[in-house]
Design a protein around this ligand. Structure first.
Ligand code: CP3
Length: 348
């Protein structure tokens, strides 16, 4: 299978020898960067991700500024609910807010069909980004995992209570399955088309899976993400599973059929390797808040993280979740720089 060019990132995923550890950061394209804020002054967030030229420019900002080893396409996971006919607004400080969240059996059964024509701007942006990068670095495409998308579509925003989704999970599980199936089919089509457009890596974000109980996690989150990975197995792209607060379920996650498991900071690298084995590729996992400490602390913590992962055959350095808008660019830069220099020492 042709899984792309000769970048360090893809070499490591193919299991080829590499001189250092590749690094990228979740939310590397975003508000902590002054050059992002400059563009953001002129446009709304949705205009930014719906305009391919702007999305590509923003995707390239962290590549130019930080020297990361992959470019993630600037977009949002809410494009799928949008393509299923739901209206989403992004409110400053609050995140996505749906004007009419799903609130009944009728809403679930009459949810719009996923219309890929609504998302030409995403596929165009991926094509442009791939071409701009000129095979130097891979393009990471991403997709919200079905459970995480369902949570937002039902609860309508980033509420802490998760009232609606939990009511459905316990009270009408069969309806939640109908919804999850519709979303899963949309995700499969969307990921395949992103790969056709040029994405060499697809990361599935199951950011909300950790709100579930153990049985609920397997039934409503894990199984649908696994279905997507099954469907993507023969596609020319590597897959990454990211979930949060789910490390208690790592023995199950081992079999999710993603090429890479992205870890948060609730599990130590050594423990993750003990559970998952040293063959599967791992990504992560420094607590993003570590970037609020001093530059020298960042370097020390990166060194510890890299040593922790030295038993994994394939490893990509990242944080355990995304960057926050108030993080100092110099500490973000130090994270990238220290992965590069310290991993050379550790690997040599
Ligand atoms: O650099 C990258 O990682 C790519 C861009 C990216 C964004 N959103 C841009 C964004 C990615 C991968 C996402 C994924 C996403 N979006 C997730 C899953 C990952 C996660 O972080 O858990 C979720 C749950 C969303 C939904 C979403 N979109 C939220 C909760 C928010 C508000 C976040 C906040 O901190 O306020 C958004 C808006 C959003 N998505 C912004 C960016 C850069 C901020 C937009 C702005 O106001 O400029």
């Amino acid at each position: 299978m042709n899984k792309g060019q000769n970048s360090l990132f893809l070499k490591v995923l193919r299991g080829e020898p590499a001189e250092r550890t590749p690094v990228w950061i979740m939310r590397q394209a975003g508000r902590y960067l002054p050059e992002y804020q400059e563009i953001r002054k002129k446009y709304s967030f949705s205009t930014m991700y719906k305009t391919p030229e702007i999305a590509v420019e923003i995707s390239l900002q962290p590549v130019t500024r930080l020297g990361v080893d992959a470019a993630i396409i600037f977009s949002d996971i809410m494009v799928i609910p949008e393509a299923m006919g739901m209206k989403v607004e992004f409110i400053d400080g609050k995140g996505p807010v749906f004007d009419k969240p799903i609130s009944s059996e009728y809403d679930i059964k009459n949810l719009g069909e996923y219309d890929r024509n609504e998302l030409d701007y995403v596929f165009d942006a991926v094509k442009m980004l791939r071409s701009e990068l000129n095979e130097t670095l891979p393009v990471i495409g991403f997709c919200g995992a079905p459970f995480t998308l369902a949570k937002y579509m039902i609860d309508g925003s980033n509420t802490k209570a998760n009232r609606g989704i939990k009511e459905l999970r316990f009270g009408r599980p069969e309806l939640l399955h109908i919804l999850l199936e519709k979303i899963t089919n949309a995700c499969i089509s969307y990921c395949k088309e992103k790969i056709s457009a040029g994405a060499q890596v697809i990361q599935l974000f199951d950011s909300s899976a950790g709100i579930l109980d153990s049985e609920g996690y397997y039934e409503f989150a894990y199984s649908y993400s696994r279905k997507i990975f099954e469907e993507l197995r023969d596609e020319p792209a590597f897959t990454i599973y990211f979930s949060r607060n789910t490390s208690q379920w790592l023995p199950k996650i081992k079999d999710i059929r993603a090429d890479v498991i992205s870890l948060d900071w609730s599990v130590s690298p050594q423990e993750a390797i003990r559970i998952l084995g040293s063959e599967i590729a791992l990504q992560g996992n420094l607590d993003p808040s570590a970037l609020y400490s001093s530059t020298s602390d960042v370097r020390r913590l990166v060194r510890e993280m890299l040593k922790g992962f030295s038993g994994a055959k394939k490893y990509i350095a990242n944080l355990g979740h995304g960057l926050m808008p108030d993080m100092a660019v110099e500490n973000v830069q130090e994270f990238v720089n220290s992965v590069k220099t310290e991993s050379k020492n550790i690997l040599s």
